[in-house]
Write a protein that binds this ligand. Structure first.
Ligand code: HSE
Length: 426
């Protein structure tokens, strides 16, 4: 009978340090839940660490160590993370990871390897920080036919959007503010370009529908060209701007997108500020289920990793980890994805126009492409002879709207600059 659950940690950065701290501080809680103490036996990192007695230079020494029961991968990125996960699973080790990029890109290989080697991989911290949305979706909503997943899935961009909204500052200034608050990396491109959200959406969607939805199947737009003017105008229209990852089952395929969207002031997502995340999952019988919590930061992410360690350790103690796959992945399930042009939504459009007489031209072109107007507001002509028209459309097919805007943008006698378009989510 095991005396301890021995953990090998690979990656001793911000989250790794938080994991060690929580495992030490909460060891009684873990013991009560697992029945055996959990201890960190080895830590691998590129450089020597402040715990020299645990330090291991080569990750393969952890994978080969017969005393190690569970490996935690917290280095992020694609390689050597993928190699570590695959070699660890093949060696019969159970694994915990927070690495959304590697999971989204190698979902098929990782879960096939886990199933073949009868090992488990837990990854709660990869989506939504401390929010137990992976468990919630795979276990709490196990009975459901999932119809929709919508979420604010990135703490960095939500922090930036909150700063823009609260303080009326530009994207560039809000990014600097997020960086000094520790919520944006020096290179925040994966976050602000929407890639991080797409990876998380791909994970939740694959889990929900049992096949593999790839991040590259998702239409992605980030927040870096969002103009503060639109944030302020849309506030007056009763909306907040949020970066939303959305997966919606339709009869023609799953409609997948990541983009800045307008959400009504009275929707739950409008109250999600700063580094917080929220995910709304809609099941056929459950209807809407809302998850909310801190999506970024050392302690929320580390707490989620430790929960995985505890939950997986319960199976390790009884020698049952991996016997029944935690993720039931079936590579034969092919999920049909809706072409992004067929996606239907209402939109906010802002036209910077040259004079009043262009209104009929704009409505004419929109009408020609079957884009129907729900409301229209026009500002007075200013001293420089320009005005703005704000149009809210009825639900429209994205391809038609794009064709109409292309024609309008190409007609210099109508607009002074490119028309701004933002999806209205809720
Ligand atoms: N960069 C991520 C975010 C960290 O801002 O949400 C958590 O995945």
């Amino acid at each position: 009978m095991k005396q301890y659950i021995n953990v090998g940690l690979i990656g001793y950065g911000t989250v790794g340090k938080g994991v060690v701290k929580i495992l030490e501080e909460n060891k009684k809680i873990a013991l009560r839940k697992v029945g055996k103490p959990i201890r960190v036996k080895s830590i691998c990192d590129l450089r020597p660490i402040d715990r020299p007695e645990l330090y291991v230079k080569n990750f393969r020494d952890i994978i080969k160590d017969p005393e190690i029961d569970l490996i935690v991968e917290l280095i992020g990125g694609y390689e050597p993370a993928r190699t570590i996960l695959i070699e660890a699973l093949k060696a019969g080790k159970n694994v915990v990871t927070a690495n959304k990029a590697v999971l989204a890109k190698y979902w098929d290989q990782i879960f096939t390897t886990a199933q073949d080697s009868q090992t488990s991989i837990y990854y709660e911290a990869s989506v939504g920080g401390v929010i137990p949305v992976v468990q919630g979706l795979s276990k709490g909503l196990a009975s459901e036919e999932i119809l929709e997943i919508k979420g604010i899935l990135n703490g960095t961009t939500n922090f930036i959007l909150s700063e823009m909204t609260k303080n009326g500052i530009t994207y560039e200034d809000a990014l600097k503010s997020a960086q000094s608050a520790g919520f944006a990396e020096a290179d925040p491109s994966f976050d602000v370009n929407g890639i991080d959200t797409a990876n998380k959406l791909a994970i939740l969607s694959s889990l929900a529908w049992g096949g593999w939805i790839k991040a590259k199947d998702i239409s992605v737009k980030g927040i870096s060209d969002l103009d503060i003017e639109d944030v302020l105008i849309t506030q007056n229209f009763g909306y907040d701007v949020k970066l939303i990852g959305s997966a919606e089952k339709t009869k023609d395929g799953v409609d997948l997108s990541v983009q800045p969207c307008l959400v009504n002031h009275d929707h739950a997502f409008a109250t999600v500020e700063n580094e917080y995340n929220a995910v709304m999952i809609t099941g056929k019988d459950s209807d809407d289920v809302l998850f909310y919590g801190k999506g970024a930061g050392q302690q929320p992410a580390a707490s989620s990793v430790v929960s995985d360690i505890i939950n997986l350790s319960k199976f390790i103690v009884t020698n049952t980890a991996g016997i029944i796959p935690d993720v039931v992945y079936d590579k034969k399930i092919k999920i049909k994805v809706l072409p992004s042009g067929k996606s239907k939504a209402s939109y906010y459009l802002r036209f910077a126009i040259l004079d009043k007489h262009v209104l009929s031209k704009i409505s004419g072109i929109l009408g020609k492409f079957k884009v129907s107007i729900a409301s229209l507001t026009q500002s007075d002509i200013s001293d420089n002879g320009c005005a703005q028209i704000i149009i809210i459309t009825h639900k429209t097919c994205r391809k038609n709207l794009e064709k109409a805007l292309k024609q309008i943008n190409a007609t210099k006698s109508i607009v002074k600059s490119k028309v701004v378009k933002i999806k209205i989510e809720i």
